[in-house]
Write a protein that binds this ligand. Structure first.
Ligand code: ZN
Ligand code: ZN
Length: 586
């Protein structure tokens, strides 16, 4: 399930916001008017209306502003509404024969079906509302409303004022249902609750000064801000003080993990199968990296004694190559300069069509994202069709000299190119442009992050295989290091949640076997202890897309065209790969 108030440090390079931008072109191939499809289109519109009634805060975060004033109190009644919603939708879905629907509607049917089943399963089996106190936070949604300049300030504040009415009841409900929470989620909740207090103590009171609301309304507003801040502080205190002698383990265990993997990845592979594939890929990559490093040793490290351990030798070569990096003040322009080169390469190799009328805007990361260095793509939500798509580049301004150096070495001249392939061209940005050609509100809202991330990871390998970087061994070595990160994300997630991997073993895996810095590995450990399955989406999606391509290559022989494959694949929008595969193989 997607939550609109997410204060987790989301993967730096995974901020893939779905959305359709540009004019609302109905470019779907005209189909004979078919009663089933017409009926299903109406059903989908109704589904979204109902969805927003059950999840009004999520609606706001997607740019649907009819329910901005509502804050749902997370009590038993609210969960019954979710369960009723799920049941009603499942019943409706059963009245459609998917084989009678066109491809777009069929995949939408499959996506809705999976979503409503996962709602039911999350509440009945996963029950994170009991053990994950960090899922309760009102500040994120409210600060998002405040930042939404498409609504007049006074109206924004009026909506927020109404939302704040329920803040106390919201945290009372949270306290009522939390039982034996995990230590990790409790600590996270305390930090995030206290860390987001400033929405009520600073941001809102400051914005109030610029509004033209009556003085008496302003006074009421300020007192609700104080009430809200107090409720949050009380909640954090309560979490700190409530005895918790038998906390739940943050590890999901094989059974629950397997189910969550099924709902979240919607993959044709099981969690255990993907884990096995990741283990194999890791060995493959390390062997390739050792071969290349051996070859590059005399060029970069000839003064040094060659370590007998092959992984140490690889690390030494990587360290030498990382010295080549952009200056901290020209990091953003280094990114900007690379994008047209990627477009040219794709044209020259005829890898896929790139729509020249939809340029990507590179910008400095806006203030509300600050703190998350790195790069991300933000696309306008499905209700904001004319917005720009941005490539946000984190600023290094607040970094110390050493901090910036370490960061720049990580995103050195080689890795930066792969990052741009992943985020922009032909990765996330290009995929978005294609998915907007066949607009589906369902895919914008519930689209598959496995497909989206998988495509970006697939794109990295595809570009290098097509000769990007002139097959220089340096480029391949650094690509493998980058790719190893996706592979080890999967190994880590499965091992920690299903096989009881310890923190020490995890850090060892990431630093020794995947050549990551200590700080990066520590962050990853924190992430894996408060999320589940999400870390698998990169490698899972990549594997499915790569396997599909190879299958089609075999099947089509000489007739196989890489360009045709890419364009066809992307034309289905952000649907799970297994459904795209079904459609493509038929
Ligand atoms: Zn990504
Ligand atoms: Zn340097």
């Amino acid at each position: 399930m997607k939550k609109s108030t997410n204060y987790l440090p989301i993967c730096l390079f995974a901020l893939c916001l779905f959305g359709s931008c540009g004019p609302d072109k109905q470019k779907e191939v005209p189909q004979a008017p078919d009663a089933s499809n017409e009926r299903f289109d109406k059903y989908k519109a109704w589904f979204v209306e109902e969805l927003w009634k059950v999840y009004p805060e999520w609606a706001s975060s997607q740019g649907f502003h009819n329910y901005d004033s509502i804050l749902v109190v997370p009590d038993e009644e609210a969960r019954y509404r979710e369960l009723d919603f799920s049941k009603a939708q499942l019943d409706s879905l059963k009245s459609y024969d998917p084989s009678k629907l066109n491809t777009g509607n069929r995949t939408d049917h499959q996506i809705i079906d999976n979503f409503v089943r996962s709602v039911d399963w999350s509440l009945r089996a996963m029950r994170a509302f009991q053990w994950n106190p960090s899922q309760y936070n009102v500040a994120g949604g409210i600060s998002e409303l405040l930042a939404n300049t498409s609504v007049k300030l006074d109206d924004r504040l009026k909506n927020i004022y109404m939302r704040m009415k329920n803040v106390q009841a919201y945290y009372e409900a949270a306290k009522l249902y939390i039982k034996n929470p995990t230590k990790e989620h409790t600590e996270l909740a305390i930090a995030q609750t206290l860390g987001s207090l400033s929405v009520f103590t600073k941001e809102l009171p400051d914005s109030l000064k610029n509004s033209s609301l009556d003085e008496s309304v302003k006074a009421d507003f300020r007192s609700r801000c104080e009430m809200s801040a107090t409720a949050m502080k009380d909640y954090a205190d309560w979490l700190k003080k409530t005895p918790n002698p038998t906390p739940k383990s943050f590890r999901l265990g094989k059974d629950v993990y397997g189910h969550k993997f099924g709902y979240d990845m919607q993959s044709a592979y099981t969690a255990a199968e993907i884990y096995q594939k990741a283990l194999n890929r890791k060995v493959e990559l390390q062997n390739e990296m050792a071969k290349i490093s051996d070859q590059l040793w005399s060029k970069y490290c000839k003064e040094k004694a060659r370590p007998s351990d092959k992984l140490e030798m690889v690390r030494a070569v990587i360290n030498e190559l990382s010295v080549h990096h952009a200056h901290r003040d020209s990091f953003q322009s280094a990114i900007e300069q690379q994008l047209p080169k990627l477009v040219d390469f794709i044209k020259q190799k005829d890898l896929l069509y790139i729509d020249p009328s939809k340029p990507l805007v590179v910008r400095k990361e806006p203030a509300y994202m600050a703190g998350v260095a790195g790069a991300s793509i933000s696309a306008p939500g499905p209700y904001d069709k004319n917005g720009n798509t941005y490539y946000n580049v984190g600023s290094l301004a607040s970094y110390s000299k050493e901090g910036a150096e370490s960061y720049l070495r990580e995103y050195n001249d080689y890795i930066l190119q792969i990052l741009n392939i992943h985020e922009a061209i032909p990765g996330h940005y290009t995929q978005l442009v294609y998915s907007n050609q066949s607009p589906s509100l369902i895919k914008s809202l519930l689209g598959s992050s496995t497909m989206v991330e998988g495509w970006a990871v697939y794109g990295e390998r595809m570009m290098l295989e097509s000769g990007y970087g002139n097959n220089e061994p340096e480029m391949w070595l650094m690509y493998y290091k980058w790719h190893l990160r996706s592979v080890c994300n999967t190994i880590l997630d499965y091992s920690v949640h299903c096989l009881n991997m310890t923190k020490e073993e995890a850090i060892d895996l990431l630093t020794k076997e995947a050549f990551q810095q200590q700080a990066e590995a520590e962050n990853k450990w924190r992430r894996v202890s408060v999320t589940q399955v999400q870390l698998c989406c990169y490698f899972t999606g990549y594997t499915e897309i790569y396997d599909l391509r190879e299958e089609l290559k075999k099947r089509e022989g000489d007739k196989f065209s890489l360009k045709a494959f890419h364009e066809k694949f992307l034309s289905y929008g952000s649907a799970p790969v297994k459904f795209i595969k079904e459609a493509m193989l038929n």
